[in-house]
Design a protein around this ligand. Structure first.
Ligand SMILES: Nc1ncnc2c1ncn2[C@@H]1O[C@H](COP(=O)(O)OP(=O)(O)OP(=O)(O)O)[C@@H](O)[C@H]1O
Length: 299
């Protein structure tokens, strides 16, 4: 289990992470979302034991993470720019990791070549960006980590390879209860994978929720009336956004489905529909709710 307890981190006196508390259970896939500069990479670096927090505790299975070799042996951090030793081939890099990670699985390393069809003897720095990303996943999964920390992991992978990698990740979570913390701006990928999500904004964790609960909490409502829009239809419900498309009003409403339904139905609309939102839409509206507004004239 990952526990981040009241953690803060300052860079040059400025708080990049502010009093963040978060628990991620074993076998869970936690998607970390946030605007640029929100503090996601900083949080991942602290969790992987590469950066020390200024306040609070970062624990994996109740052990402090920073510079703890035993804990780091069970975790793998794949940064947004994968790091390899200069001039190394894939096989040499595998040899290096096999000495560092006690659970390194050579058999799996060979098996995974079916998914990542790149010759072992290739020098990694001569591979394309996407192929280097494949090698990073190949090596990461061969270390058999208990905790996998991924920062923008799908950058550069083609759609087929994305699907293959996602399948491998899900397989490791279901078969051996690997825990994943994944940060990405690609919300569709997070939506496919994560069971829990958190939104960081200006260093603060403003939301952390089960993804299904989050989706159950925000709804898109389409509503139209025969005559004039009745007075007070928005009173008593939390409307995050509304716009008119011809005679139809489309609004994003926060709250319980049944309560929203009964609220609008009392005005006897001619058309009333409630549609599910994508994670991307939820993110945009939740961020709008706290003042991170989309400039309509820019999109
Ligand atoms: N080494 C550093 N020295 C000083 N400030 C830093 C350093 N690293 C990050 N910061 C600052 O900390 C804040 C959080 O940065 P971080 O890289 O964690 O954000 P992020 O959420 O990963 O952003 P992005 O989505 O753009 O990658 C930013 O304001 C950034 O400028």
């Amino acid at each position: 289990m990952i526990e981040i307890k009241q953690v803060s981190k300052l860079y040059e006196g400025k708080e990049a992470i502010k009093d963040v508390t978060l628990v991620i259970h074993e076998g869970s896939i936690f998607g970390l979302l946030g605007s640029n500069g929100a503090g996601k990479t900083t949080l991942l670096k602290m969790l992987s034991g590469n950066l020390i927090q200024d306040c609070g505790e970062v624990l994996i299975d109740q052990s402090h993470v920073f510079e703890n070799r035993e804990v780091k042996n069970r975790c793998f951090f794949l940064p947004d720019t994968p790091y390899f030793l200069a001039n190394y081939t894939i096989m040499q890099m595998a040899g290096f990791y096999s000495h560092i990670y006690s659970d390194w699985n050579q058999e799996r390393f060979y098996q995974l070549q079916e998914v990542f069809p790149i010759p072992f003897q290739n020098k990694i720095h001569k591979l394309s960006k996407g192929m280097q990303r494949q090698v990073a996943f190949w090596l990461a999964l061969s270390t058999m980590p208990e905790v996998l920390i991924l920062d923008e992991p799908f950058d550069g992978l083609d759609p087929v390879m994305r699907k293959n990698v996602k399948q491998l990740l899900i397989q490791d979570v279901s078969e051996r209860k690997m825990t994943i913390l994944i940060s990405s701006h690609n919300l569709r990928e997070i939506e496919d994978l994560a069971d829990h999500v958190g939104i960081l904004h200006k260093g603060e964790l403003i939301i952390q929720k089960d993804l299904d609960d989050l989706k159950a909490d925000v709804h898109k409502v389409q509503i139209a009336f025969k005559n004039k829009i009745p007075y007070g239809i928005y009173r008593g419900v939390q409307v995050l956004n509304k716009e008119r498309r011809g005679s139809v009003i489309v609004c994003i409403v926060k709250g319980k489905k049944s309560e929203i339904e009964s609220h609008f139905n009392q005005f006897q609309p001619e058309i009333f529909d409630m549609l599910p939102l994508t994670l991307e839409e939820i993110f945009i509206y939740e961020m709008g709710d706290i003042g991170y507004v989309i400039q309509n004239n820019l999109v």
